[in-house]
Write a protein that binds this ligand. Structure first.
Ligand code: NAD
Length: 278
């Protein structure tokens, strides 16, 4: 028996190897939850290039890892930009596992980075669409199921340090993540009477697939001699002297889903080794 045995959890964007979503879904399954691994599965357009998404074979492999470890996992492809697709994901959780108790809005893109004066209308919309609109659709679909079931629930957004501070070349990303703070606060007010908590987890840098792309990009922006030098400088400015790991975020999400966190809602919790003080 784990602390989440009997719970059913959905994690969007959890089908990419080395991602925060993979770590979260494995941690929730390890704590006993039946999990739905969800991702876009295949490239849909320029905003979802093949080398930056969780493909169907990766989703399957992550599910197999969980089953091999004795957990319960199912798969459902979902494009979080699509209202119907997100509602179908919530329907899947209930039809396949009998309930929906935990929803993690993790899907996000962070590889459309440009100086402000080069950002196009399409760039802006692409990022807001996945990172903010997708999280709203997820919150909306999950809340509908949770309110009608009447058993409470947990909604967690994977925001970012960029939900609290500004970053160069990241206008849309930073705005989308700041938007999650408002989304969680307003949803928490309405959903509190239903015993549904809504919180953000705000990691600093983690070298996931997305994070590795950012390492390359920002090493050039700051003029570092190498990615290693860029990461060394990052390490030295973090009070706990290392960048984040996927498990750091997964631990925070899992805790927010336990009974110990039952009185915590509308929060945006930093998981940043002390780098983000706000
Ligand atoms: N890596 C970091 O440094 C870091 C720091 C703070 C916050 N985050 C956030 O954590 C979350 C996960 O990022 P990650 O670093 O693990 O990267 P990742 O690329 O491994 O995961 C992002 C996932 O989102 C999925 N996705 C993209 N567009 C989608 C769509 N339209 N529909 C459904 N799924 C879609 C991708 O396929 C991918 O599996 C993101 O929201 C990101 O902004 C990452």
């Amino acid at each position: 028996m784990g602390v989440l045995t009997g719970k059913v959890a959905v994690v969007t964007g959890s089908g990419r190897r080395k991602g925060l979503g993979e770590a979260i879904v494995k941690r929730l399954a390890g704590d006993g939850a039946a999990v739905v691994i969800s991702d876009i599965g295949q490239s849909a357009d320029a905003a979802t290039p093949d080398d930056m998404i969780g493909a169907t074979d990766e989703m399957n492999a992550i599910a197999q890892d969980i089953r091999d470890a004795g957990g319960t996992a199912s798969l459902k492809t979902c494009d979080v930009r699509n209202w119907k697709s997100v509602h179908a994901l919530a329907d899947h959780a209930v039809s396949e596992h009998g309930a929906l108790d935990i929803w993690v809005n993790n899907a996000g893109i962070g590889y459309i980075m440009k100086p402000l004066l080069e950002v196009t209308e399409d760039d802006w919309r692409a990022v807001i669409d996945v990172n903010l609109t997708g999280a709203f659709f997820g919150t909306r679909a999950a809340a509908e199921k949770m309110v009608s079931a009447g058993k409470g629930g947990r909604i967690v957004n994977i925001a970012s340090q960029a939900a609290k501070s500004g970053f160069p070349h990241a206008q849309a990303y930073t705005s989308s993540k700041h938007g999650l703070v408002g989304l969680a606060r307003s949803a928490a007010v309405e959903l509190g009477p239903h015993n549904i908590t809504v919180n953000n987890v705000c990691p600093n840098h983690v070298t996931t697939g997305l994070g590795a792309w950012q390492n390359e990009y920002f090493a050039k922006v700051v003029g570092a001699d190498s990615v290693e030098d860029y990461l060394e400088a990052m390490k030295n400015r973090i009070p706990l002297r290392r960048p984040g790991l996927p498990e750091d975020t997964a631990n925070a999400v899992a805790w927010l889903c336990t009974d110990q966190a039952q009185y915590i809602t509308a929060e945006s919790m930093n998981v940043s080794g002390g780098e983000e003080p706000h």
